[in-house]
Design a protein around this ligand. Structure first.
Ligand code: NAD
Length: 408
């Protein structure tokens, strides 16, 4: 266990799978900008009094690298965001330009394993070829180790921010680490996806892992067993940033007043590359599953729910959700509530990822292993049994931070 208030020394590696995506780019630009005082740390919980006295890595200590399957540079991605959504202001981008250009040297070619037709199409003819699954797993680990050596890092957190994959059918091959590695050695391509290779690489290297996407191929039992065996913390799945965040805050209110929710209809419109990937029914299935599961769990009874997701290219990264809640009160009288949410995806998600990188590093330094239940409030489908109620999840995080402050 770390001693009370022991501050981390040295720099912290952040290895991102999907390193030039919209979210990854916004996060890297944002971390550099905040560290240099060019913008405020708004959105980051780890920069509020909640984390006073908690020994977290400084933002200026973060060193980024990762895997990406599309060609181009990080600056290209940042310019695209600047031009399409304006969330990265031009003057700010000019000031961090040279710092983010250097990150490209630490972005390696990723793996594209059983990725499904839409992700494959996104990358085009230039898609990286897979020799064998074993070679992909070994290369992934080698790339991360080489990054840590090059940058003289003793700590590194891995984060999956790559495109949402189609759902993987889980079988006996996923049940244990031994069975999963046997399937990899037998080169059974349909048994894994890229996210399985990435998560397993982190687990085998004993590096903390944050699974921010809904892809179900990453945290399969064979992978989580390996995290446990190596005494390494991990958490997922699917960042809770928009409509589902609002749902998980509002649904408990109906419970607190014994108002019975009859139906909860949600409709989401989103643009950008993530939206294009999710417009494929195969990939969308993974997302709908994580967005739909929480209501019955929070309320404690079955109800009619529906989550629709449509791709509206002109929206870019600005997502709109409309929710209609039909509920019943005293004398069985029926009433309704509606809300709309206009959020910018990457702006909502980037600070969460930075918070979790710092908290996952803290957990690893404290010798914690397995699912980081205290990070449940950041996920649509949190691993473990903490549940979906945002208020409960918040108290779990506060209690955890209090125990760190006490030096437990
Ligand atoms: N609010 C949010 O932004 C939010 C919330 C929850 C979950 N997510 C998830 O986070 C992920 C990233 O979102 P985004 O908006 O940045 O999407 P994006 O499409 O801009 O970025 C994904 C990146 O991953 C890359 N990629 C795809 N397959 C890869 C592979 N096998 N190896 C390495 N790179 C690969 C793509 O080329 C792309 O650059 C998505 O899966 C999304 O569903 C985002």
């Amino acid at each position: 266990m770390a001693a009370k208030h022991e501050s981390p020394t040295g720099r912290l590696g952040v290895w991102i799978f999907g390193a030039r995506g919209g979210l990854a780019t916004t996060m890297i630009v944002g971390a550099h900008a905040i560290a240099r005082g060019l913008t405020s740390p708004q959105g980051l919980l780890t920069e509020t009094e909640l984390c006073d006295g908690i020994p977290l890595a400084g933002l200026e200590k973060l060193v980024f690298g990762g895997h990406e399957v599309r060609r181009g540079t990080l600056l290209d991605s940042a310019r695209e965001i600047q031009q399409q959504t304006g969330t990265i202001p031009y003057p700010l981008l000019e000031k961090v330009k040279s710092a983010i250009t250097k990150v490209d040297a630490d972005i390696a070619r990723g793996s594209l394993v059983n990725a499904g037709r839409t992700i494959q199409r996104l990358v085009g003819n230039d898609a990286p070829k897979v020799k064998t699954l074993r070679a992909e797993l070994d290369r992934t680990k080698r790339d991360i180790r080489a990054f840590m050596k090059r940058k003289r890092l003793t700590r590194c957190v891995c984060v999956n921010l790559s495109s949402t994959e189609p759902k993987l059918r889980l079988t006996g091959a996923h049940r244990s680490h031994a069975k999963l590695t046997a399937a990899i050695d037998a080169d059974r391509r349909t048994a894994v996806r890229s996210s399985t290779i990435y998560a397993l690489a982190a687990a085998e290297l004993g590096l903390p892992f944050i699974h921010f996407t809904p892809s179900n191929a990453a945290l399969v039992p064979g992978v989580t067993e390996c995290f446990a065996a190596n005494g390494t913390p991990y958490m997922g799945a699917d960042g809770k940033t928009g409509e589902t965040l609002v749902k998980s805050a509002l649904a408990p209110m109906f419970k607190y007043r014994n108002l019975r929710v009859l139906s909860w209809q949600g409709y989401n419109m989103l643009g950008d590359r993530d939206g294009a990937v999710l417009s494929d029914a195969e990939n969308k299935q993974s997302k709908v599953a994580t967005k739909d599961a929480l209501l019955a769990q929070i309320l404690g009874y079955p109800l009619h729910t529906h989550v629709g997701i449509d791709y509206v290219p002109s929206l870019g990264d600005l997502k709109t959700a409309w929710d209609f809640v039909h509920f019943q009160g005293f004398l069985d009288y029926r009433m309704s509530m509606q809300f709309t949410w206009h959020g910018c995806d990457a702006i909502l998600a980037a600070p969460l990822v930075l918070d979790m990188v710092r908290l996952a590093d803290l957990a690893a330094r404290r010798g914690e292993a397995g699912p980081m239940g205290h990070l449940a409030c950041f996920f649509k489908q949190p691993v473990g049994d903490i549940g979906h109620d945002l208020h409960m999840q918040w108290h779990v995080l506060c209690r955890y931070l209090e125990s760190v402050r006490r030096g437990d």
